[in-house]
Design a protein. Structure first.
Length: 401
């Protein structure tokens, strides 16, 4: 564990649950513990949503076709996903995060950034913060998380993946650039397989290679992405942690066992999804500000369309009608005909501004950086005062027993 003797300008934590869906299934069903588990639709059309760590040595991973994963790991137990249960556990995890920072930026059900700048008086140095965060998650859920801490969101996210599962990696800001240098360019945020090939063609294989390359050369070869990668390679990332806790993801997804050859059949599945989403919106007292559809072809090609609503709604028929209009847009030349859809999803696309479900009421406007720092300092000050008051009460009670 790297220790820092300096005061960090910022303290950003990234917490990422370990094999989240599979871990929940193993938690709820003791017979699955220690066995390779694949979470996903148990059909030849399904894809692996999460593979347990027992399955990963076989080369199985997320987004792999289930049929292929089954051949690679024939002893695996395939479990259908239970999204309501995953969201229930996620809500508990986010509640834990909210006790460590007022600024929590959820990236998905199972990972989030926390801005813990100024929390030393409550939680101690960054390593202690990480240990307490991991312990609180385990106590609340029975699950493990891997946590990375550094002075930027980018380095914290890379750090959280270093010692999975159940890992803790702390990277002080003065060591961050050197720590990143030997890592492969695949660890650069936004460098997909095609971009990695382009970087390799330029003779760049590690993040250190990118850091040493003239930014003008990278910009000429890769455009704005080149400058972005150069900035990350310097361990620089000025983006703040912005809480989005007023936003909720509501969706309904189904993998079909057979090809759908008629558009009317596709619409029928959309209607079923719209009804399910409408019920969940009303049960959670939410309204949808937009609608998105995701269609997966027999060849596993993903097609998405989304639209922002003029008026928010929790009415299934309104959601369905927008979904049908979006489906009609898939008929554009070059698109895969809807009759080959193997997967249909209707709902909010995560973090897409055109499709969002919010609690009733206006979404909060992000504060300016200075306001956010002041608010966070006051939040931690109140937490520390509350803890001191509770401790004083316990001490007084002990003196009278």
């Amino acid at each position: 564990m790297i220790r820092s003797k300096r005061v960090w300008p910022r303290i950003v934590a990234h917490a990422d649950m370990d094999a989240f869906y599979a871990a929940i299934e193993q938690l709820d069903d003791p017979t699955l513990r220690g066995r390779p588990v694949l979470v996903g639709a148990p059909s030849h059309r399904g894809v692996v949503l999460t593979a347990s760590y027992e399955a990963r040595p076989y080369g199985v991973g997320s987004a792999m076709p289930m049929a292929r994963a089954g051949r690679m790991c024939p002893d695996a137990v395939i479990v259908s996903p239970r999204f309501d249960r995953y969201q229930e556990v996620s809500a508990t995890i986010m509640e834990v995060f909210s006790k460590f920072s007022p600024d929590v930026e959820a990236l998905s059900l199972d990972e989030a950034f926390l801005d813990m700048t100024g929390s030393e008086q409550l939680f101690g140095e960054p390593e202690s913060m990480g240990r307490q965060l991991k312990s609180a998650i385990r106590d609340a859920t029975g699950l493990t998380a891997s946590v990375g801490l550094s002075a930027t969101k980018y380095v914290a996210k890379v750090a959280s993946a270093c010692r999975k599962p159940d890992g803790l990696t702390v990277v002080p800001p003065e060591d961050a650039k050197a720590w990143l240098a030997p890592l492969p360019v695949s660890r650069l945020w936004g460098a997909g397989p095609k971009t990695q090939i382009r970087l390799h063609n330029l003779g760049l294989y590690t993040i250190g290679d990118v850091a040493r390359t003239d930014v003008r050369v990278l910009s000429a070869k890769l455009g704005s992405a080149g400058r972005h990668f150069h900035t990350l390679a310097q361990a620089e990332d000025p983006r703040p942690v912005i809480g989005r806790r007023s936003s909720k993801s509501i969706g309904s997804e189904h993998t079909l066992d057979q090809d759908v050859h008629a558009k009317a059949d596709v619409k029928r599945h959309l209607h079923l999804s719209a009804e399910a989403i409408g019920r969940r919106l009303r049960r959670k007292n939410c309204v949808a500000f937009g609608v998105g559809i995701k269609l997966k072809t027999a060849g596993f090609q993903i097609i998405t369309r989304q639209h922002r609503l003029n008026e928010p709604t929790d009415f299934a028929e309104a959601i369905y009608s927008v979904g049908v209009r979006l489906l009609d847009n898939v008929d554009d030349p070059g698109s895969v005909p809807p009759g080959r859809d193997g997967c249909i999803r209707l709902g909010r696309k995560r973090r897409a501004c055109a499709a969002r479900a919010l609690w009733h009421g206006a979404p909060a406007t992000p504060s300016r950086s200075g306001d956010r720092s002041t608010r966070r300092a006051l939040w931690y000050e109140r937490r520390a005062l509350c803890q001191r008051s509770q401790q004083a009460g316990r001490n007084a009670l002990g003196a009278h027993t």
